[in-house]
Design a protein around this ligand. Structure first.
Ligand code: WTA
Length: 649
């Protein structure tokens, strides 16, 4: 599969230069300016990051910029700041005071606008409510919410009092929620009676009730009233959001926090074991969130910026909430499904709110592309000036469609490569400076030392594929895997030694040094830009009483990028019946959530294994995607297992 990607990409040799008009008004105006920035940053990275950090408000200046004891990094040591103060209070003295901070639209079409002054007020009230409920500095708070303004308010309120938030995507199951609550030992869960999606009110409270039953750490559950559904109620434990903030003062002094104070934990799938709680800290994270949002999205005072991610993902943290607000920008939030009530909802929102910057995932672009040009063409999209993508490689065809049909040929596209672990964008065009090539994330951001290396950690020449690493620490790098420092080392800093951060992605650079991402090299599947571990899906399948063994691999999927194929061996004496597939799908949805539902389930008598007993996923991937099995099969234990699978195909 990796070779395929290289071949397809090699055929792509169009170059799109930023227009003169765009370049003239951009923060970074030319390729030469970007190169100078990058060169200086490469020579003195700490100086570069000091300059970016100095754009923030510090309550106490740091003493030491970087303390690097590979693989452990501390940034801006001795400095103190508060994230919510940087995102809110800072903007209250000038004309931004009455500027929209958040413009929100619910799926049914209801809308709310919060100016910086109002968002500050609501955040202070909720921060006071949290304190009143017993939340103290360092306590963990779980958010399990639809995309309503309260989600952003809750995040900001946590940062204001030094509580550590962990947002769990509302599409995850109660079991996933339970695991994350248990891992963080959270004191409080903030949720809602539900939200709207695809024209229906879905519930969240029941999942919380189920999860919390097994979580002794949880003392209170705060519930936002969004849908007016009837919900179960535990009077000792549950409190409505509106009751919690009732009578709370709209003043709250943001407490100074050490630059290395934990800001949030966000769970993401790794190749093995349970999800990893990625820990980000205060000063370094905000420095990169703010500076990359400014440079990559070229944020200006009058922009209406829309990143379509949910706050349950890292993109929702860095580029829906913290990055834009730290820049005093207007960030737009939409609660519901992209195709509701019709396939033109996104485009109608762009026209209605005059969105100027639009940032979404390739999977969404492909889904829209398939529906044809007529839906976007119904709407006036002329307010757009910049487009972005994130989450997976974008194929040149989807890039071209996005460029022409959505961007009217006039908007630069920033294809931004980064990860939950990196906290902010690592590789991306700067829209006024970087000529783009469809399918390439182009160049490393200033201050980021990205490289493609071979398995010995040696940089490969341009044109050759290899592993993507980052060779120097950067301020928004993850600090650890929550509660598991060993896993941090093993996962990210062992493949190529303790100094090189390994992304888990394959990449190559072309003759101009541009990066082309080739997908994951480990057992992580990227479904619609969401990382899922083969391991977790397999565990969910094996938990079914009839299943003896399961192997899960990715298959190419037209819309989702990658889909999930499961090979399942049943216990001896049991035969798959019509209902078995449905039952197995259900088991996965229950354990993880609907995003992990397998696209294909195949029953087989035996799985191809190495002599040491390892499932040969490489072979299964070929079988699942209908390709000829190539490469080395000499370690295969029982060739007949493979032949049989191919024959059945
Ligand atoms: C993939 C999302 C190609 C990659 C911000 C990475 C990409 C994983 C791109 C991280 C891109 C993200 N081009 N691949 N522009 N952006 N990826 O943690 O495999 O949800 O490792 O963070 O998505 O996914 P995560």
């Amino acid at each position: 599969m990796a070779t395929d990607t290289i071949e397809t990409n090699l055929k792509e040799n169009r170059v799109f230069k930023p227009s003169r008009e765009f370049a003239r008004q951009a923060h970074v105006k030319s390729a030469a300016q970007r190169e100078a920035l990058s060169k200086n940053a490469a020579r003195r990275p700490e100086k570069y990051w000091e300059k970016q950090a100095a754009e923030l408000k510090w309550q106490k200046k740091w003493k030491k910029t970087l303390e690097w004891k590979p693989p452990l990094a501390k940034w801006f040591v001795g400095g103190q700041l508060n994230v919510s103060e940087n995102c809110l209070d800072r903007h209250l003295t000038g004309p931004r005071r009455n500027k929209a901070a958040i413009i929100w639209e619910g799926e049914p079409g209801d809308t709310r606008t919060l100016t910086y002054h109002q968002l500050h007020r609501e955040t202070c009230r909720f921060a006071n409510a949290l304190k009143n409920l017993g939340v103290r500095k360092g306590d963990r708070v779980i958010l399990y919410m639809p995309l309503v303004p309260e989600a952003a308010i809750a995040m900001l309120a946590c940062t204001r009092i030094g509580a550590v938030h962990s947002v769990v995507f509302g599409g995850f199951s109660s079991q996933s929620l339970r695991d994350r609550i248990q891992d963080t030992k959270a004191k409080i869960v903030i949720t809602s009676d539900g939200g709207y999606r695809k024209g229906k009110a879905f519930g969240l409270k029941q999942q919380v009730d189920d999860a919390v039953e097994e979580c002794a750490s949880v003392k209170k559950v705060v519930v936002v009233k969004r849908t007016d559904q009837t919900v179960g109620w535990h009077p000792q434990r549950d409190v409505w959001w509106h009751d919690a903030v009732e009578g709370q003062s709209a003043e709250n002094i943001p407490i100074p926090l050490d630059a290395e104070h934990p800001l949030f934990v966000l769970y993401t799938s790794g190749s093995t074991g349970k999800p990893k709680g990625i820990l980000h800290t205060t000063g370094g994270y905000l420095t990169v969130a703010a500076s990359t949002a400014r440079q990559v999205f070229d944020l200006k005072e009058d922009d209406v910026y829309w990143c379509t991610a949910d706050v349950g993902w890292i993109t929702g943290h860095t580029y829906v909430v913290y990055g834009p607000l730290a820049n005093g920008a207007t960030t737009f939030l939409y609660e519901g499904a992209p195709m509701h009530p019709g396939p033109d909802r996104f485009w109608s929102l762009i026209a209605k709110y005059g969105i100027t910057i639009f940032y979404t995932a390739p999977t969404a672009i492909r889904a829209f592309m398939r529906l044809g040009d007529s839906h976007p063409q119904k709407h006036d999209l002329s307010s757009l000036r910049l487009l972005g993508t994130v989450g997976e490689p974008i194929n040149p065809k989807a890039w071209s469609w996005y460029h022409t049909v959505i961007g009217g040929g006039r908007c630069p596209i920033v294809d931004t490569y980064w990860q939950t672990e990196t906290g902010g964008i690592m590789i991306s065009p700067l829209p006024g400076a970087t000529p783009t090539k469809p399918g390439s994330a182009t160049l490393a951001m200033p201050g980021i030392d990205a490289a493609v290396v071979d398995k010995n950690g040696k940089e490969v020449p341009n044109g050759k594929g290899g592993f993507l690493v980052i060779r120097k620490p950067w301020p928004s790098m993850l600090r650890t895997v929550y509660g598991d420092p060993e896993r941090y080392k093993k996962q990210y800093f062992s493949e190529f030694g303790p100094k090189l951060y390994f992304t888990g992605d394959g990449a190559r650079r072309d003759k101009d040094g541009y990066f082309w991402l080739l997908g994951r090299v480990d057992d992580v599947i990227n479904v619609s830009g969401h990382r899922l571990s083969t391991m977790e899906v397999e565990s969910a399948l094996v938990a079914h009483p009839q299943v003896a063994e399961a192997a899960v691999v990715s298959i190419p999927h037209e819309i989702k990028g990658e889909g999930i194929a499961a090979f399942v061996t049943l216990r001896r004496g049991t035969e798959p019946v019509a209902a078995t597939t449905k039952e197995l799908e259900k088991a996965v949805v229950k354990a993880i959530g609907a995003i992990a539902r397998p696209d294909k389930i195949r029953f087989t008598d035996a799985l191809p294994k190495t002599r040491s007993g390892k499932i040969m996923r490489r072979l299964l991937r070929s079988v699942a995607s209908g390709e000829a099995v190539s490469g080395d099969t000499t370690t295969l234990e029982d060739f007949s297992a493979l032949t049989k699978l191919q024959e059945e195909d």
